[in-house]
Design a protein around this ligand. Sequence first.
Ligand code: NAP
Length: 246
Amino acid sequence: MDTRKIAVVTGASSGIGAASAKALAAAGFDVVLGARRTERLSEVAAECGGTALPLDVTDEASVAAFVFEIGRCDLLVNNAGGAFGLDTSAEADLDAWQRMYDVNVLGTARITKALLPLLVASGDGQVVTIGSIAARVPYQGGAGYNAAKHAEAAITRVLRIELLGQPVRVCEIDPGMVETEFSLVRFEGDRAKADAVYAGMTPLTAEDVAETVAWVATRPPHVNIDQITVMPRDQIGPGIVHRSAD
Ligand code: NAP
């Protein structure tokens, strides 16, 4: 009988999710990767010997079809998410705020709810949610994303309370600046704006965060790492960044 643990990673077609899928495969997990861009997802899956399945966490039917394919789940990495825009409250694009809420909050809630029975049945389940320091500290232009990440953190922390006494651990990993496609998505493909975010400083890489995910996932069953913030040395909070002159 195959006793390798199954890890499900949402948003595994790029960035932190793709790197986490690879790090978890290297740590001995069989990995199931979900995202909307299936071609890219398949490439990442091929690199780590995982299984690619289409997934839109904002769509109930998509989540149901995804979960239907999964017979066992030991670890769920809630990574799918992101920011859209950097509006002030006065000029808020509420459609963008809705989309941030849909993917970061309800998406995380939807896939977690769907996989929870399997996580409990595994006898040693784990949920790791990639939040953000935006879940902890407000920043200029962050209101929509701050609100979504605060809400995602709330459901993650409540889940930890709800699962006390059950064999499922819950961890929130809150990264600072990580150079992925995050800023490109936030600024609707504007490469110059995205690059400016990381100008003159050294951000985290997706692999840095993935290493943290793999470390959390490989602690002994009685150890619950509740919350971790991880930032570049050049950053001490949202918008508080050291940049070199050149
Ligand atoms: P990224 O490179 O843009 O990756 C985002 C991933 O989420 C992609 O794989 C995307 O895949 C997936 N995704 C988006 N909407 C989805 C949906 N509806 N259903 C399923 N998958 C979806 O950005 P990243 O930095 O790796 O972001 C990963 C997580 O880290 C996010 O939750 C983000 O909020 C958080 N985070 C990022 C940073 C940072 O500075 N980069 C800092 C703190 C926290 P598809 O488009 O193919 O679906």
